[in-house]
Design a protein around this ligand. Structure first.
Ligand code: 5RP
Length: 251
């Protein structure tokens, strides 16, 4: 893997403090520089990916990009893309995607990711697992040493049927890491329902879960689990925007 560091643009010197959202936008705009006319694009979900989708819409409107087809990873992104006039399709019609751009909740030094705190991990994994190149875009707060080590949620999408049974199995699986499994609620205090009609169980870990591939396989063996939010070895490139500039990390 190699890391390319782009210096802070002269226009931003002397240093000004950028907000987290401005950093997300810088990473998103950098990623869109990799988009070419004629591409089939995976469109990510979340506040960082939203900037990328806005930018793609803008470049289409200005005629700087042509013949783009977008494959959205959530109903929310689908609505945004429609409002911007981005032509859309789905995986049934495009089994190959040229490039996907999406955010992440955590990025480890090997470019493994945690995704899904925004609730769209299943469609994201289907789309980003299918593309020729997946560029992940984050601000520097998302960088971690170990996935799940931030004390924040490691999401798992589960079927609603007997979700407590599935949550208990998940909690027991990572007992040695001090795992607490909680059903995610929406802003009204009701069970959060994904675009696929499923629930999300968030795993809170006190210690890292060891070998990620072993953990991934074990989670997927539990009946009731649909998919989890560890995206292992999927991102080809991670673009990190920080106070000192943009870092591009390649596999
Ligand atoms: C949604 C995701 C998002 O990419 C992730 O939650 C990051 O979100 P944001 O860009 O808003 O920080 O995985 O399921």
């Amino acid at each position: 893997s190699y890391v390319e560091v782009l210096s802070r643009p002269p226009s931003l010197s002397p240093p000004v403090i950028l907000t987290q959202d401005e950093l997300k936008k810088i990473a998103a705009y950098k990623a869109v520089e990799f988009v070419e006319s004629g591409m089939v694009l995976g469109l990510g979900t979340g506040s960082t990916a939203k900037h990328a989708v806005d930018r793609i819409g803008e470049l289409l409107r200005l005629g700087k990009l042509k013949n783009i087809v977008g494959i959205p990873t959530s109903k929310k992104t689908q609505e945004q893309a429609v409002s911007l006039g981005i032509p859309l399709s789905d995986l049934d019609h495009h089994s190959t995607i040229d490039l996907a751009i999406d955010g992440a909740d955590e990025v480890d030094p090997h470019l493994n990711l945690v995704k899904g705190r925004g609730g769209s991990l299943l469609r994201e994994k289907m789309v980003e697992g299918t593309c020729k190149k997946f560029i992940c875009i984050v601000d520097e707060s998302k960088l971690v040493k170990h996935l799940g080590g931030s004390g924040l949620a490691m999401p798992v999408e589960v079927v609603p049927f007997c979700w407590k049974f599935t949550a208990n199995k998940l909690q027991n699986l990572f007992e040695d890491s001090g795992c607490v499994a909680k059903l995610r609620n929406d802003s009204k205090g009701k069970s959060f329902v994904t675009d696929n009609g499923n629930y999300t169980v968030d795993l809170y870990l006190k210690k890292d879960i060891g070998d990620l591939q072993v953990a991934s396989d074990a989670i997927l063996r539990i009946a009731g689990v649909v998919e989890h939010g560890m995206f292992l070895d999927m991102a080809a490139t991670v673009i990190v925007a920080g106070e000192l500039g943009i870092t591009i990390k390649n596999k």
